[in-house]
Design a protein around this ligand. Structure first.
Ligand code: G1P
Length: 311
């Protein structure tokens, strides 16, 4: 194994999901479905499609459903087999074979930096990826694969970024960039959730990182920052002072599914792309946008009345 192989990914999943209460009162926000797949499965599939073999999920109280999701469900499999649902059966089996899954508990919600630190023992002394499952990236080349490719070339920590509107910089870690080539920047500094006036740019970290193991010793010394949490961004700022760090503008459509509006937009887009739902859902949306009197009874409208009728 070379020092440039990235085989492990950390997916922090211990957050309380307060933005989605009450849906997340007793079930993990990571299990909210985009159409028919939980958010965290998109993150896992992106990691696997990027060459990751080991997935370390940092969980907390009330997150058992995540472990069950990536485990086999023998009863369900028996049932699907008995009912001749072969395709669904193979899809269900596939989920548990996507990667080697390991779980580590973050006993207190002390921030993203702390969550990553919890994975130290399982990462050891090799570079690793971090994927934040709230951010969904829909791209022909998976977002993380783009980063890993750049990591091998640059040989320094690398952060996935995209431009965001200036008034939204206070929702992200923002980098201070020195452009090296189109879409690639040397990171000269970074700041967590700055005000628009404080922000050094509008290049936001979009929840994809490839990091060297040296980040752990820095994280151990990082004090609580923004919102009283141990911020990964603060540790990265220290790392950038010691060794080269880069930001790569990730090519692809990003959805911030950690936010209600972003989640709804992602749901609509993924539903429209879904081969078995998309055409009828598209018709429904088009019809829905017409003024009431102009609405036609399209197939989707009929489908809607079928679905809203009492059974
Ligand atoms: C986290 C990071 C932030 C990053 C963002 C991407 O913030 O702290 O630097 O830009 O994810 O989604 P959170 O959204 O968890 O508050």
């Amino acid at each position: 194994m070379s020092r440039l192989d990235v085989r492990k990914a950390v997916i922090p999943a211990a957050g309380l999901g307060t933005r989605f209460l009450p849906a997340t009162k007793a079930s993990p926000k990571e299990m909210l479905p985009l159409v028919d797949k939980p958010l965290i499965q998109y993150a896992v599939e992106e990691a696997v499609a990027s060459g990751i073999e080991d997935i370390i999920i940092v969980t907390g109280r009330g997150k058992r459903a995540i472990e069950d999701h990536f485990d086999r469900s023998v009863e369900l499999e028996e049932n699907l087999k008995g009912n001749g649902k072969a395709q669904l059966l193979s899809q269900m089996r596939h989920i548990s074979t996507l990667a080697n899954f390991c779980y580590v508990r973050q006993t207190e919600a002390l921030g993203l930096g702390h969550a990553v630190l919890c994975a130290q023992r399982l990462i050891g002394d090799e570079p690793f990826a971090v994927i934040l499952g709230d951010e969904i990236i829909d791209a022909p080349v998976p977002g993380l694969a783009q980063l890993i490719h750049a990591f091998k070339k640059r040989q320094g920590a690398i952060l996935g970024v995209q431009e965001v509107p200036h008034h939204e910089v206070n929702r992200y870690g923002i980098v201070s960039p020195k452009t090296i080539s189109p879409g690639v920047h040397r990171v000269e500094g970074l700041i967590e959730k700055p005000t628009p006036a404080e922000a050094p740019s509008n290049l936001a970290v979009i929840g994809r990182y490839v990091l060297p193991p040296e980040i752990f010793s820095i994280l151990r010394k990082t004090r609580p920052g923004k919102n009283g949490e141990i911020q990964l961004t603060d540790a990265l700022r220290e790392l950038a002072k010691k060794s080269p760090m880069y930001a790569l503008e990730i090519q692809g459509q990003r959805y911030d599914a950690g936010d209600k509006l972003g989640f709804l937009i992602a749901t609509v887009e993924f539903a429209l792309k879904n081969p078995s739902l998309g055409p009828e859902f598209g018709e429904y949306l088009q019809d829905r946008m017409r003024p009431t009197e102009g609405r036609r009874m399209t197939r989707s409208k009929k489908a809607q009345s079928r679905h809203t009728r009492k059974t």
